[in-house]
Design a protein around this ligand. Structure first.
Ligand SMILES: Cc1ncc(COP(=O)(O)O)c(C=O)c1O
Length: 276
């Protein structure tokens, strides 16, 4: 990630190469921190308030001090002017701080990685890997904590197997989500996506697609679906704030066709982002 700007509570804008987290911050020592990643379009963050809502909920699930929304909004305001050509990625971090101490808040503005558009054009390949179906609250279902080492290890395993990304399925073969994405597929005019009660992350893009689908002529069905159903779909794609919609053209060696839903909804997302 190429960092364009960094702002930190209590200090404001700082040189991105400077250290900003205390060595005894529990975010660093135990992964007790929450984060969000979103896109900035034309200098404006897309659905910032929804991301701040999710950050607040994640922080509460991990038992972090309550997110101070205003502080984060101020940090965002500091880094935004540094968005190159108006488009960028924005990462927000809220840490536990040292035991009994105050949390740290960071806003990092970064370049949108070039590989995303290349991958969107050629379509992505994926492998299914066993993932955790988190149900009990201490397994942190749907929480975006910085304890993402498992997700990153799954992504590395996918690359080792020569594909772009990993899709988590539970021990019963039920499709969950990608390592940093939600998963969708289409049969006829119906879009299928795993339901949130499977313990997956409530993607902000997922919610946006739920809004966009009906006006694009698609109905959405949420549920617990076996991998075989995804492999038999007419098209499949992932959704996330940074990668947006990414067509999946191969899963576990099965080739999938490209289809109109991914393209139409990607256009709808961009249109929405341009008008906010
Ligand atoms: C595990 C996981 N699922 C889904 C998503 C997609 O969420 P969003 O659309 O809010 O970016 C992410 C994104 O960070 C994620 O990490």
């Amino acid at each position: 990630m190429t960092v364009l700007a960094l702002a930190v509570t209590g200090r404001g804008l700082v040189d991105p190469s400077e250290p900003v987290i205390r060595a005894d911050d529990e975010g660093l020592l135990r992964g007790r921190a929450a984060f969000e990643t979103l896109r900035v379009y034309g200098g404006r963050p897309f659905r910032l308030e929804e991301h701040l809502d999710r950050l607040t909920a994640s922080a509460a699930s991990i038992g972090l001090p309550a997110v101070e929304r205003r502080r984060l909004q101020v940090l965002v305001g500091l880094v935004l002017p540094k968005a190159e050509h108006g488009d960028a990625t924005l990462r927000l971090v809220w840490t536990a701080g040292p035991a009994g101490g105050v949390p740290s808040a960071l806003a990092l503005l970064g370049e949108v990685p070039d590989w995303i558009e290349t991958a969107r054009e050629r379509g992505a390949s994926a492998v299914s890997l066993l993932g955790l179906r988190a149900s009990a609250p201490w397994l942190l279902p749907g929480v975006k904590s910085t304890s993402y080492a498992v997700n990153m290890a799954a992504e590395a395993e996918a690359r080792r197997r020569g594909v772009d990304e990993a899709l988590f399925v539970d021990a019963d073969g039920i499709v969950l989500e990608g390592t940093v994405t939600n998963v969708w597929w289409r049969v006829g005019d119906t879009l299928f996506t795993p339901s949130l009660d499977l313990g997956i992350l409530a993607g902000v893009t997922r919610a946006t697609l739920m809004e966009l689908a009906p006006e694009s002529g698609y109905r959405v069905e949420e549920g617990a679906y076996p991998l075989a159903q995804l492999l038999a779909a007419e098209e499949a794609f992932t959704s996330s704030s940074v990668r947006e919609l990414m067509p999946l053209v191969e899963i576990d060696g099965t080739l999938l066709g490209r289809g109109p839903a991914c393209e139409t909804l990607q256009e709808g997302l961009r249109r929405l982002a341009a008008n906010v």
